[in-house]
Write a new protein. Structure first.
Length: 148
């Protein structure tokens, strides 16, 4: 009987302590996660005679399906096999790396049309060495929240 009273006293004490730490009517929320995107400068070469390989300035940006230089894109629709990042635009160019499904990249060059695809030069925001040309068929622009 005494042990029951001791346990009951502990529960009451715990309840009072919780009430003092978290008073009723005060909402306790975890802070919202923040995503800071740091844009790196890009250097893309211009292929001779091609208007589409220029790095667009704000006045002459080339946008195709929401993708343009300076936008973040996510790899989608590969069925889990990933997306080849190539040394140059084109299906026959050497594979530099394989991007995983849902991986996010910064668009740093393009577009170029070749082999029936639109190609964009991508760079991983966490590793500039992880870069290459990828077909737009497997890229979706990432919607970044505007500060408000």
């Amino acid at each position: 009987m005494i042990s029951i009273l001791v346990v009951a006293g502990l529960f009451i004490g715990l309840g009072v302590l919780v009430h003092l730490i978290f008073p009723p009517g005060v909402a306790v929320r975890a802070p919202a996660p923040e995503m800071n995107i740091i844009l790196a400068p890009s250097a893309t070469s211009e292929a001779e005679g091609s208007e589409m390989t220029k790095t667009p300035s704000p006045g002459n940006s080339v946008e195709i399906n929401g993708i343009l230089v300076g936008v973040y894109v996510q790899v989608t629709g590969t069925g889990g096999t990933g997306l080849r990042l190539r040394s140059d635009p084109g299906s026959s160019a050497h594979t530099e790396a394989v991007a995983t499904e849902n991986e996010v990249f910064l668009v740093v060059g393009g577009p170029q049309e070749l082999d029936g695809h639109i190609w964009w030069r991508l760079e991983a925001p966490y590793d500039s060495a992880r870069s290459g040309w990828a077909a737009a068929d497997y890229l979706s622009p990432v919607i970044t929240p505007t500060p408000g």
